[in-house]
Write a protein that binds this ligand. Structure first.
Ligand code: KG4
Ligand code: ZN
Length: 335
């Protein structure tokens, strides 16, 4: 079984060919980071326009690189939700056009489900496991009991963690996306400033990052002279500590000693270091995908698409992109 996967939910235009037997056949990706960098965040209209411009040339490249023909594809997998609606519409319409022209089935995938299964592209993970999803749009904890069986445990009440990286980077004039550059600078700095760890001791498994961002802003106003490296190291230390504490609480509550961390922020080197140390100390299983699969890509959509198709899940040709179907609901709706 071979699928062509389409991912356009945010600022990455990505396509992949994936075989259920052989694994990845090929994948191509165009990042719009440079385009959005002057604005310190993704501009939705620009993003949608770029997806429209790039999808066909990218498909052409993917087919040339792999020597594949669209006729050999068994079905289309595509990100239906959540994401920037204009950007999603472009990818969904693209997948629908190919499905219609080549008479292929359409398989809708949830972007967060794609992220969760990004780790399966690298290794099999046993169920059940706790999934910490940390991206530009989400900071969520789920209990995953099987494919399509997602129980929401907690999430952010305001900014997503990746968003807070991006906003802090913007304040420091570091461009977009903020995660990779803060990751790099923080390695050269010391966490000299004590910043708040929002909700770290709260009873629930929710997060809040907007106060932390404001605390960084106040710090920059107060300190006339500072090293950006030390500010970013202090910010990152607070973020990682909160994520760790809540993930450990989620495992304690569910009695599940297996943690999967996915999404763009899981590329973070300090997060990887701290979680690996704690996993050894506390004796839990930890799975984080390789860095190139942490951030948005189409291989993860292909993997989840194959799993959905195996279960007989397809969508009609009049299906529409949706800005935000919760993952737990999506799992029930489509399985
Ligand atoms: O999963 P993703 O590629 O897109 C969304 O679904 O949002 O995540 C993008 C986010 C951005 O906010 C970016 O700043 C962050 O992931 N990110 C990182 C790192 N690489 C990307 N955050 C921290 N450290 C990194 N190395
Ligand atoms: Zn994502």
């Amino acid at each position: 079984m071979i699928t062509l996967a389409v991912e356009t939910s945010c600022d990455e235009t990505a396509l992949a060919l994936y075989s259920s037997k052989e694994g990845a056949i090929g994948d191509v990706l165009l990042s719009q980071a440079k385009l959005h960098s002057p604005f310190g965040g993704v501009v939705p209209e620009l993003s949608a326009r770029e997806h429209t411009r790039n999808l066909l040339p990218l498909l052409d490249r993917l087919l040339k690189e792999t020597g594949f023909d669209l006729k050999e594809v068994d079905f289309l997998s595509f990100t239906l939700t959540p994401g920037l609606i204009l950007s999603l519409v472009v990818g969904v319409s693209f997948a629908k056009s190919i499905a219609y022209s080549f008479e292929k089935p359409l398989v809708p995938v949830h972007h967060l489900e794609g992220h969760i299964y990004s780790v399966f592209l690298d290794r099999e993970v046993e169920y059940p496991f706790v999934a910490l999803i940390v991206s530009g749009g989400h900071t969520d904890l789920f209990l995953v009991e099987g494919f399509g069986r997602y129980r929401f445990l907690g999430g952010t009440l305001d900014d997503a963690v990746g968003e807070s990286y991006d906003k802090v980077a913007k304040m420091l004039g570091l461009g977009y996306p903020g995660g990779p550059v803060i990751d790099r600078l923080a390695r050269e700095g010391k966490p000299l400033y004590r910043l708040p760890r929002p909700l770290i001791d709260s009873e629930d498994l929710n997060f809040s990052f907007s106060g932390l961002k404001t605390a960084v802003m106040n710090l920059l106003r107060k300190e006339r002279e500072y090293r950006v490296e030390d500010v970013t190291a202090s910010f990152q230390e607070a973020v990682v500590e909160v994520l760790l504490k809540k993930s450990v609480s989620a495992m304690e509550r569910t009695g599940v000693r297996r943690l999967v961390i996915v999404g763009g922020v899981s590329a973070n080197s300090r997060l990887r270091e701290v979680f690996s140390e704690r996993a050894r100390e506390l004796g839990f299983e930890l799975h984080i995908p390789p860095v190139r699969l942490s951030t948005d890509n189409a291989l993860m959509i292909a993997y989840a698409g194959i799993e959905r198709f195996k279960r007989g899940i397809t969508a009609p040709l009049d299906i529409n992109a949706e800005p935000n179907i919760p993952l737990e609901e999506f799992g029930k709706l489509w399985s």
